[in-house]
Design a protein. Structure first.
Length: 428
């Protein structure tokens, strides 16, 4: 690669791809001067060449034929910003096999087939840039891969969910109202499931587990619960209890086993993760030897993601290597049933004497200790009316909590489902 120009082929010209084109135009000449390497974008492959684009590209640059990149021996660097697992994974592997450096923003490919992609990059001695796929944290790849003894990582990795939760609190609106606004502003997709059902966070957590623990975890082995069921009442009650609600990705290495889970959590208000606003991301890492560290990053989006890709382009141009584990193993996964946590439970109960006694009886039988009970203040409460009741319970076993919830839901004084939010205590 030394002395050679970077001849780039790019798959995809959507949100991220058009950001890359803009940045290459704006910064290309400066980078060439700085690093003495010419950057030439030779081909962009898209699905539909006739589609109108937010950026202008030279005639002849666009194609709908992947062979125009993969079979072009002059192209030595491939940027993959098309998304989806297939055919993106095949293009990445073929490019690497042909000795082309690859830069990708694709968390789905790395979460599902990361181990094989990393192996191929090593075999071919090629650069594999994936900064854009693991949130916008500066240097997170170097920080995690060079660590020897990470015990815990906890973070907010999805800007859309954080935006929704903070907007619900700020404007006292329900999730569906805020989600519509987020879609209008372009912060949420038309089909928001990937973000709000937690899958995007799960993919990022899987990649972070490869970097931190050198182990790959199948998506389906990561317990995933999104924010769809979080209501404005939960946000208000959490606030009264001095917490904020965040969608967290949590991974821990405990006695040779990995605990990996994604779900909404109550986070103490004064914690750095609780203070993340809007689309901001944040992570806390607990390293046995180096101690604890916390980082924040702007959320995803056109420019932060395109900047992460530019960072990798500079690495290719300057022959830097990217760090990732050479041996990726599988480790046993700790099941959710074995989790121990404090819990927030919101119930819709009939306003009647003796209700609390019935609920407390179920908890007692399942070895669960109630810490506090909260009811909405004010209002004109009538006997027999359905009212919300929040119960905070002491550290308990998840399997006991789930059993108790099933029993409580069957009581005649309860209406609907009991809502559960775990309290994350590994933050500092
Ligand atoms: N958007 C973000 O903020 C963000 C942040 C971090 C990471 N990422 C990741 O970056 C990647 C791209 O995201 P995006 O938001 O830029 O997506 P996008 O706006 O939907 O753009 C996708 C682009 O890929 C092209 N494409 C899709 N399937 C193709 C196929 N089979 N063959 C050829 N071209 C194909 C599309 O072509 P047409 O235009 O012709 O349809 C389009 O230009 C994804 O992996 C995403 O997870 C995105």
């Amino acid at each position: 690669m030394k002395g050679k120009d970077l001849i780039i082929g790019m798959f995809g010209l959507g949100t991220v791809g058009s950001g890359v084109v803009e940045l290459l135009e704006r910064q290309g000449a400066e980078l060439e001067q700085k690093y003495g390497v010419k950057l030439k974008l030779k081909k962009i492959v898209v699905r539909n060449v006739a589609k109108s684009r937010p950026v202008k590209v030279a005639p002849g640059l666009l194609s709908d034929n992947p062979r125009d990149i993969l079979d072009d021996i002059e192209i030595n660097t491939v940027i993959e910003v098309m998304g989806g697992v297939k055919p993106a994974e095949d293009y990445i592997l073929e490019a690497l096999k042909k000795g082309k450096h690859v830069i990708t923003a694709n968390k789905a490919v790395l979460a599902v087939g990361g181990a094989e992609v990393f192996r191929q990059a090593l075999r071919s001695n090629c650069y594999l840039g994936f900064r854009a796929a693991v949130t916008g944290f500066q240097d997170i790849i170097e920080r995690l891969s060079s660590a020897i003894s990470i015990n815990t990582l906890v973070g907010v990795f999805n800007g859309t969910c954080n935006y929704i939760l903070t907007q619900m609190e700020e404007h006292q609106q329900q999730l569906d109202v805020v989600l519509k606004k987020a879609q209008q502003l372009g912060y949420a997709e038309e089909d928001p499931s990937l973000d709000i059902d937690g899958y995007d966070t799960t993919d990022k957590l899987a990649i972070l587990c490869i970097l931190s623990f050198g182990c790959s975890i199948r998506r389906q082995d990561i317990f995933t619960e999104g924010i769809r069921h979080i209501s404005l009442e939960d946000i208000k009650f959490a606030g009264e209890l001095n917490y904020r609600i965040k969608l967290l990705g949590i991974a821990k290495y405990v006695d040779g086993r990995i605990e990996a889970r994604v779900h909404p959590c109550l986070v103490p208000k004064d914690n750095m993760i609780a203070r993340l606003e809007g689309v901001e991301n944040g992570i806390q890492i607990d390293d046995e030897l180096r101690g604890q560290g916390g980082f924040t990053a702007p959320g995803a989006g056109k420019y932060p993601t395109a900047c992460a890709i530019m960072f990798d382009i500079i690495n290719v141009a300057t022959h830097n290597t990217v760090y990732f584990p050479h041996h990726i193993k599988r480790l046993p996964i700790k099941s959710m049933a074995g989790l121990e946590s404090e819990y927030y439970l919101r119930l819709a109960v009939r306003n009647h004497p003796g209700v609390l006694e019935k609920i407390a009886g179920v908890f007692g039988k399942n070895d669960i200790n109630i810490m506090s009970v909260l009811q909405q203040r004010g209002g004109d409460r009538q006997r027999g009316q359905i009212i919300p009741l929040v119960i905070m319970v002491d550290k308990s076993k998840e399997k006991n909590i789930q059993k108790a919830i099933r029993r409580i839901q069957a009581l005649d004084v309860i209406k609907g489902d009991v809502r559960l939010i775990r309290v994350e205590e590994s933050l500092w």
